[in-house]
Design a protein around this ligand. Sequence first.
Ligand code: ZN
Length: 203
Amino acid sequence: MKIICIGRNYSDHVNELRNEKSTSPVIFLKPDSALLPKNQPFFIPPFSDEIHHEVEIVIKINRLGKFIHQKFAHKYYNQIGIGLDMTARDLQKDLKDKGLPWEKSKAFDGSAIIGKKWINKEELDLNNLNFQLYNDGNIVQDGNTANMLWKIDELISYVSNYFTLKIGDLIFTGTPAGVGRVVPGNSLEAFLNHEKLLQLNIK
Ligand code: ZN
């Protein structure tokens, strides 16, 4: 499986990092080795002093597809979850400044974290999903999919023009404002529509 991540999909987050607004979705990939094994803590890697949390809605692909029309995109996924796209922001800034690819800062081991439970999309209003991240009990990110620049079905269609989607692939759909640093001892909790779906200890 592969992990496809969307960058700059909420304008409040685009503004906080002073990025330019894109005319099409920003895409990057993480390998399957980026997935943090279930129930493991996240260890701050030795190459960064500025690991940021990015809470995101995650889509699990359940059907093989390429060149998927937006109208049919809903047939390619059934489950929605929550995840963390952990980012070595200091390293990313350095790579961006040099015009180099982001992978070292975004796709390292343990940088893709998914919640313990998936929810069937039929139970949800995909254009009005509330999601939050708490760090040590304080709310740090608060998003709603109504504020996505590109909606889930648009993303699936767009991504599939470049990458064949396979069963089990994950799409991280971008983070709202409030990204910030984590330090050893932090406890992160993520909620989807007020249900806690993810808990993570930082070491
Ligand atoms: Zn992200």
